[in-house]
Design a binder for this molecule. Sequence first.
Ligand code: PRT
Ligand code: MG
Length: 213
Amino acid sequence: MITLALSKGRIFEETLPLLKAAGIEVTEDPETSRKLILATNRDDVRVVLVRATDVPTYVQHGGADLGVAGKDVLIEHGGQGLYQPLDLRIAKCRMSVAARADFDYAAAVKQGSRLRIATKYTNVARQHFADKGVHVDLIKLYGSMELAPLTGLADAIVDLVSTGSTLKANQLVEVEKIMEISSRLVVNQAALKLKREPIRRLIDVFSNAIPQR
Ligand code: PRT
Ligand code: MG
């Protein structure tokens, strides 16, 4: 049995075409079913649904053989014990710094001001500002980062941006791009040895089915 860990939503949706290329069809819809283990048309493949941030943990500890996780999630997790053979180029977005339109980020950086940065991505943020030589106080949040600059909790946020409409709706502007983000295939290292053939085959098919945009 091969167990694949996916999160509901965009990662599940965007992984489906890759699975299809491998002849795998998930026979239940995660949006309507309450099941956390989903069967497929293949007796030897199943999908487990976990929170996006839990995918690396499941795969690292063998709760799943493979998984699909965003680069954002992998950097924060650290990637220990994970083989990362493929950038699947799905669930694309970017990690950026955003602030209120009336906050002069460039000037604050230039003056060497200490910035309060709210984010879920403390590892990425710490590294980014250290590289720039900017002193920051990091405020760890678990969601709704956009609210932080609006309430005075922080000067700026580090968050994912795709269309930009969430920032716009909250009168925030993207002031700096940090990195491009996409999702990777992650594989448990022991599974790679014990189930080498079926896992290799999956990696090969996925690799040929990756969107080229
Ligand atoms: O949503 P939930 O709390 O259940 O979990 P999650 O946010 O961890 O999962 P999910 O499914 O939302 O995201 C899974 C992965 O998709 C992330 O780890 C990213 O690698 C990737 N991804 C791609 C995104 C986005 N695009 C994205 N736009 N993840 C989140 N967003 C959010 C962003 O945080 C912001 O709130 O969407 C909002 C911005 O979108 P725009 O289009 O308004 O700019
Ligand atoms: Mg989300």
